[in-house]
Design a protein around this ligand. Structure first.
Ligand code: AMP
Length: 334
C-alpha cells in the first residue's frame, strides 16, 4: 500500500496536507475536537481522526501503521507529545529523531551552531554578569511567551520577581538589528540545500509599541513581550543569499558529525542582522516552521527553481516521493 501522509491538525498541517495531495498522496490528520473545521473547510485531509486529547495518539498507532502512515513533524507535535514520546512512537517519522535531542538542549544546540562556525548572541551564566541589554528566555516558552529584557542585575531581579513560577531560563545578549527567519530544505538524496522562503514575525506587543509615543510608553510603564501571532513574508538583498546558503550548509555538515543521519528536510535559522551586517543566530528549528505558512503557493525563491507552486509542506512530500522512486525511503524516515 502506498504510504499516506499524516500529521497533527495545527501549526503547518494545512500546507503539509495540501502539499502531500499535490504530490499524489492520500492524507490523514489527527486533530483535537474543536479544531477540525479548517481541515474540513480547506479539503486537505482525506481522513480526519478526531481525538479529545493528543495523549490518545498512542492508541491510534496500530491503526495508523496499518494505513502505512508517515508522520510529518511540526512545532505543535513537540508541545502535544514530549521529545521522549516522539522517540518512543512506532509510527514512521519523516526526519532524523536523533536531532531532536540536539535541538532540545539549549547547550547542545549552542555547541552545534558554534562548532558550525555561526555567531551567536553572548550567553550570560548569571545575572551578576549582565553588562548590556539582554533578553531572558524561559525554557519551553512557546513562541516567545514571557520573555523579558533586562540591562543589569537589578532590573533582572525586579522583573524576575513578577514571574515567580518560571523555572529554567537563559540570559542572552539582546542584539539590536533585524530579526529574520530563513527556511531551508536539505535533501540527503542528492545532497542539495535549498532556501525555500523567509519571514519576519508579527509579535505582540513588541510590534505594536511603536504605534504609541515614547512618552505614552513610559507613562504606561509598558514591558515588551514577544508572543507570536503571525508571520510576514520577506525577501532579502540578493547579495546576502550566498552567506545564508553557507550558514545553512555549515549546520547540516556539522549535524552529520553529531548524529547518525544528520539533519535533513526542512529547518530554520533564526537570526538578527545588525547594521554592521553581522549575522547573529539565536536559534535553530530542525523542522518545518510556521513562518513558511504564507508560502502555500510557493515563494519568490521556490518560483526560481520549480515550475509548480512549491511550499515547504509539498517539498517534504516530494522528497518522500523521490525516495520511494529511488528505493531509498528508509534514508528519510526514522
Ligand atoms: P525565539 O522564541 O527564540 O524565536 O524568540 C522570540 C523573539 O524574540 C524573536 O522573534 C526575536 O524578535 C526576539 N529575540 C530572540 N532572541 C533575540 C536576541 N538575542 N536579540 C534580539 N532579539 C531576540
Amino acid at each position: 500500500m502506498k504510504p499516506r501522509i499524516m500529521t497533527l491538525g495545527s501549526h503547518t498541517a494545512l500546507q503539509i496536507l495540501k502539499g502531500a495531495k499535490d504530490e499524489g498522496f492520500e492524507t490523514i490528520v489527527v486533530v483535537k475536537k474543536g479544531f477540525d473545521e479548517p481541515y474540513r473547510s480547506y479539503k486537505v485531509a482525506d481522513e480526519i481522526i478526531i481525538v479529545d486529547d493528543y495523549s490518545e495518539f498512542r492508541s491510534l498507532e496500530d491503526d495508523l501503521k496499518e494505513k502505512n502512515a508517515i508522520l510529518i513533524p511540526h512545532g505543535s507535535i513537540f508541545s502535544a507529545f514530549t521529545v521522549a514520546g516522539i522517540k518512543d512512537s512506532t509510527v514512521r517519522y519523516f526526519g532524523e529523531k536523533e536531532v531532536l535531542a540536539l535541538e532540545e538542549s539549549r547547550s547542545r544546540q549552542r555547541e552545534w551552531l558554534q562548532s558550525a562556525g555561526l555567531t551567536m548572541p553572548k550567553k550570560f551564566e548569571k545575572a551578576e554578569d549582565i553588562d548590556r541589554a539582554t533578553i531572558i528566555k524561559f525554557n519551553g516558552a512557546g513562541g516567545g511567551k514571557g520573555y523579558f529584557l533586562a540591562k543589569n542585575k537589578q532590573e533582572f531581579d525586579e522583573k524576575m520577581a513578577e514571574r515567580p513560577h518560571e523555572e529554567g531560563y537563559i540570559i542572552q545578549e539582546y542584539v539590536i538589528g533585524n530579526p529574520i527567519y530563513v527556511h531551508y530544505f536539505y535533501s540527503p538524496l542528492n545532497d542539495e540545500l535549498e532556501i525555500m522562503s523567509m519571514d519576519k514575525r508579527y509579535e505582540t506587543n513588541v510590534d505594536s509599541i511603536g504605534r504609541i509615543s515614547a512618552k505614552d510608553q513610559l507613562d504606561l510603564n509598558l514591558q515588551t513581550s514577544y508572543n507570536i501571532i503571525g508571520n510576514i513574508p520577506l525577501v532579502v538583498r540578493e547579495s546576502m543569499l550566498a552567506e545564508l546558503f553557507r550558514m545553512g550548509r555549515a549546520v547540516v555538515e556539522e549535524s552529520k558529525k553529531l548524529t547518525g543521519k544528520g539533519m535533513f528536510g526542512p529547518f530554520c535559522l533564526e537570526m538578527v542582522i545588525t547594521p554592521e551586517m553581522e549575522y547573529y543566530v539565536f536559534e535553530i528549528s530542525a523542522r518545518i516552521v510556521a513562518g513558511s505558512n504564507p508560502f502555500v503557493g510557493g515563494s519568490p525563491y521556490t518560483d526560481l527553481r520549480y515550475d509548480v507552486p512549491m511550499s515547504t509542506g509539498r517539498r517534504i512530500s516530494l522528497e518522500i516521493k523521490n525516495a520511494i522512486e529511488q528505493g531509498r525511503l528508509d534514508e528519510v524516515l526514522t
